[in-house]
Structure formats: structure tokens, C-alpha cells
Design a protein around this ligand. Structure first.
Ligand SMILES: Cc1cc2nc3c(=O)[nH]c(=O)nc-3n(C[C@H](O)[C@H](O)[C@H](O)COP(=O)(O)OP(=O)(O)OC[C@H]3O[C@@H](n4cnc5c(N)ncnc54)[C@H](O)[C@@H]3O)c2cc1C
Length: 443
């Protein structure tokens, strides 16, 4: 792997490989690999390639590994700012990584749930169960009814029974469907929202921190932090990647830039990506979800209940809370904003978001609850290294728009949670995609 200072950037157009200085020509003929991004997709690819004896350099803009796996310990308990659950742990490769790292898993219980109306009255368990049955019937009616794709909200109007006007059903559509997909009901594809594959088993969390699955992948890799990739040139001879600090060349590239970053068009590809790739980038949805963790001196909520739901009037406004007391000993409520409300919550300051969430909590637990003593807030859609939370099947996108990214363009391979329809949006999708890209290079 070679690194060259920025002064020679202009000479690095691969279309001009034949006219490059001899040392540069030698560099691109080396069987080396560059990986852009040290999230789990990039680490999986780099690990597999390094284990197979390839010289690999990982270019990462931030100062840490993990990307959208980010555990923060400042509130006295590991708090997940990004991925929190292993969704479907049975046969899931992330379960294997957790096992290899000797991590404890905590089996979640979706039935450990109390739902409240905004005025604090509890929704009866029987009504929650009936609502869930109604949601299942709605999903079946949408699946049967939709021929040509329409937005989920439109499908609910056409094939449902007034669910969007029913506060409890609006809550379920947000807390379940919008959370699952990351999109708003107005954007989710009614044709493809649930056509993807999933692993089986009850979700688990990793109480010691999700990030603990990463060091085993990252060990002894050559990861260059603070390397903000600006442009990627590719051609028959290999690749050339320009960062703020200089230019790197290699034979192959694994690009794990998040979909949000690709959508924003901030990275110049030379030549431009084929038009069908560009169309897919724009067609796919980049979802949003805002997390806000509030730590209190003491719990004022039932300690043994894992999840709280609040039927807020505005859909997606802090509808769902996780109680960390069920698996840890710090009194933290982790709330999430979803759907159309997530971009609003993302732009709020920490103080404003805290006041907003406290307003919802006071409606349920009373005006006398104390102020939090610690706050952690995410804003993934404003993070320039993510520009969103996770990908989803947006109205107008098809499974091909995801799967297209499994096809390399010459030496340019893509990986990441948005590069396979099956499992898209999940950590395991990103991990498997990194292995896929590595296997293609090794083949
Ligand atoms: C709030 C939230 C909750 C989630 N919950 C879950 C969950 O419970 N379970 C689950 O399975 N999944 C969950 N996910 C999704 C999961 O986190 C992602 O699917 C997965 O981590 C993505 O991995 P990746 O390697 O594809 O991308 P990333 O982790 O985003 O890695 C991309 C890397 O590229 C770097 N980068 C970006 N731009 C540049 C640049 N210009 N130059 C160099 N480097 C750059 C980034 O810094 C990052 O490190 C959640 C995500 C979020 C945001």
C-alpha cells in the first residue's frame, strides 16, 4: 500500500495510468486493497482480506471504529447510540461475534410492555393485544391488496379500516413499523416493506456494549483514522482514493460509505458511477431515528417493565422507551423519535429535546418527576459521516436497488447495510456484505 502527499493528486487519474510515473504504475499493480470506512462492513471485509494474506489499509474519517455501532459509557452504563439489538440471534453471524468476544447476552421480552395514553391513563393489556392483532390483519390486507407500489399510508387508507385515525394504531404503526424500517409511513413502500429475509429468535442486547464485538475484527489492521475520503477514481488498473491528507492507490477498493453519504453526492467518483447505480442511490430510503437517553437519580417508573409506550398525539414523538433497569443498575430511560418526527428531533438541541421528552414523560408519570442528571442525544441525520440511521425500502425502490451494490464495478466493490435487500438496515447485513466483498476480491 502506498501513500502519497496531496501535491501529486492531479497525476492520479487512473484513466491516465499509462502516463503515470513508474513508481505510481507499480503501486496500482500491487494486489492490495483499500477499504473506505471502519464500520462493521469495512472491518469485516478488511479482517477477511488480511486473514487471507492481502495487504489492506482502512481509511476512516472519524477517530474511532464502529460507525453506527457506538457505545457511550458516560452515563455510568453502556448506552447504545446506534445499533442496540441483535435482531434474530439464531444463526445470526453477530451472535457468533458476540460469542467469540465472550459477551453476555440479555434476552429481551417484547411482552414486557406498558402503553400509556398521553394523559397518563394506561392502555389495557387486552387492548394492546387486540391492537396487535388488528395490525397483523392490516399487514396481511396490504400484502394482498397492493399490486403496483404505493406508500404505506396510502395502502392503509385503501386496504385498512381507519387505522391512521385511531391513536393506538397510529402509535403501533410508529413504534413497530416506523422503528423497524426507519422510514415514515408516508415514505415506506407498501409492496416491499416486509419482503426481506430475517433471522429467527428473540432479539438480544449486549449489556457490556455492542462495540465489544469489534476489537476482534479490528485487531492488527492498518486503520488510518482522520482520513476523510473526498474522491474515488477507478479503472482497469485499480483505484485511487483522495482524502484531505493525500492520495492512496490500490488494486481493489471496498467502499462502505453509508447510503446517506452516497445520496448527498459529497464523494466524487471518477468516472461517475453508472447511471443505474446513481438511480438506486437516490431511490433507496435512508431512514431516521433519534435516540435520547436520560439518566435520573432514581427510577420513578416500574423497574421491571422493559418497554414503555406513549400514545403521543404527534406520530413518532417519543413513542417508545427502553428501561435499562431491566438489565443494568443505572436508572436510564432511552427514548426514541421516529418517522416524520425524527428529523425534527434530530435538529433539536440537547436541552430542547430533553424538554420535549420530559413533557411526554410528565404526561405519564406526573409533573413532579425530577429533571435528569445526565443526557445523551443522537442526531444521525445531521452526522456528516452517516446522514441518516439505516436504509429502508422507500416507495419507488425495489429489491434490485439494494442488490445492485453486490455487483462490483471493476475494482470497486460496495459493502454496507444498504447493499443487500435481505437483512438491509441491520448490523448483520453490513457484516455479511463485508465478507461478500472480500470473497469477491479473493476470487
Ligand atoms: C439509531 C440506530 C439504531 C440502530 N439499531 C440497530 C439495531 O438495533 N440492530 C441492528 O442490527 N442494526 C441497527 N442499526 C443499524 C446498524 O447500526 C447499521 O446497519 C450498521 O452499523 C451499519 O454498518 P456499516 O458498516 O454499513 O456502516 P457504518 O457503521 O456507518 O460505517 C461506515 C463508516 O464510514 C465512515 N465514513 C463516512 N464517510 C466517510 C468518508 N468520507 N471518508 C472516510 N470514512 C467515512 C464512517 O465514519 C463509518 O465509520 C441502527 C442504526 C442506528 C443509527
Amino acid at each position: 500500500m502506498r501513500f502519497r502527499p496531496p501535491t501529486r493528486r492531479d497525476a492520479l487519474k487512473l484513466g491516465l495510468a499509462a502516463t503515470l510515473a513508474p513508481e505510481a504504475a507499480r503501486a496500482v499493480s500491487n494486489p492490495n486493497v483499500l477499504v473506505v470506512g471502519a464500520g462493521i462492513a469495512g472491518l469485516a471485509a478488511a479482517r477477511a482480506l488480511a486473514d487471507a494474506g492481502r495487504a489492506v489499509v482502512v481509511l476512516e474519517a472519524s477517530g474511532r471504529i464502529g460507525g453506527r455501532i457506538h457505545t457511550d459509557r458516560s452515563l455510568g452504563l453502556p448506552v447504545e447510540l446506534g445499533a442496540g439489538w441483535i435482531h434474530g440471534p439464531d444463526g445470526n453471524p453477530i451472535s457468533d461475534l458476540a460469542g467469540r468476544a465472550d459477551l453476555q447476552t440479555f434476552l429481551t421480552d417484547d411482552n414486557s410492555l406498558e402503553v400509556y395514553r398521553a394523559d397518563g391513563t394506561a392502555v389495557r393489556d387486552a387492548d394492546v393485544v387486540a391492537g396487535e392483532a388488528r395490525l397483523a390483519r392490516l399487514a396481511a390486507a396490504v400484502d394482498d391488496g397492493v399490486d403496483n407500489d404505493i406508500a404505506m399510508s396510502e395502502a392503509i387508507r385503501r386496504f385498512g379500516n381507519g387505522e391512521l385515525e385511531d391513536p393506538l394504531m397510529r402509535w403501533m404503526l410508529s413504534a413497530y413499523l416506523e422503528f423497524l424500517t426507519g422510514g415514515s409511513v408516508h415514505d415506506i413502500s407498501a409492496a416491499f416493506w416486509d419482503e426481506d429475509d430475517a433471522f429467527a429468535g428473540t432479539d438480544v442486547i449486549l449489556p457490556d456494549g455492542y462495540e465489544r464485538i469489534l476489537p476482534g475484527l479490528a485487531r492488527e489492521l492498518d486503520i488510518r483514522f482522520g482520513e476523510m475520503v473526498q474522491s474515488i477514481a477507478y479503472g482497469p488498473e485499480g483505484v485511487s482514493v483522495t482524502t484531505e491528507n493525500g492520495t492512496f492507490e490500490a488494486k481493489h477498493l471496498v467502499c462502505t460509505l453509508p447510503l446517506g453519504v452516497l445520496k448527498a453526492g459529497r464523494i466524487a467518483f471518477d468516472p461517475p458511477l453508472p447511471s443505474e447505480y446513481q438511480r438506486s442511490i437516490q431511490a433507496l430510503g435512508m431512514g431516521q431515528a433519534t435516540k435520547l437517553a436520560l439518566r435520573f437519580d432514581a427510577p420513578f417508573w416500574p423497574q421491571d417493565v422493559q418497554y414503555f409506550g406513549v400514545v403521543t398525539e404527534l406520530m413518532g414523538r417519543w413513542p417508545y422507551f427502553m428501561n435499562t433497569m431491566t438489565y443494568g443498575d443505572a436508572p436510564i430511560l432511552m427514548g426514541v423519535s421516529l418517522g416524520a418526527y425524527a428529523p425534527i428531533a434530530d435538529t433539536m438541541s440537547e436541552d430542547d429535546a430533553t424538554a420535549d421528552m420530559m413533557d411526554v414523560l410528565r404526561g405519564v408519570f406526573g409533573n413532579t418527576i425530577p429533571e435528569p442528571t445526565g443526557v445523551l442525544k443522537t442526531a444521525w441525520s445531521n452526522d456528516p459521516l452517516a446522514l441518516g440511521a439505516y436504509s429502508f425500502a422507500k416507495l419507488g425502490a425495489t429489491p434490485d436497488d439494494f442488490n445492485r451494490f453486490a455487483e462490483p464495478i471493476g475494482p470497486l466493490h460496495f459493502a454496507g447495510e444498504h447493499t443487500s435487500f435481505d437483512y438491509h438496515g441491520n448490523v448483520h447485513c453490513a457484516y455479511l456484505s463485508g465478507l461478500r466483498a472480500a470473497a469477491a476480491i479473493l476470487a
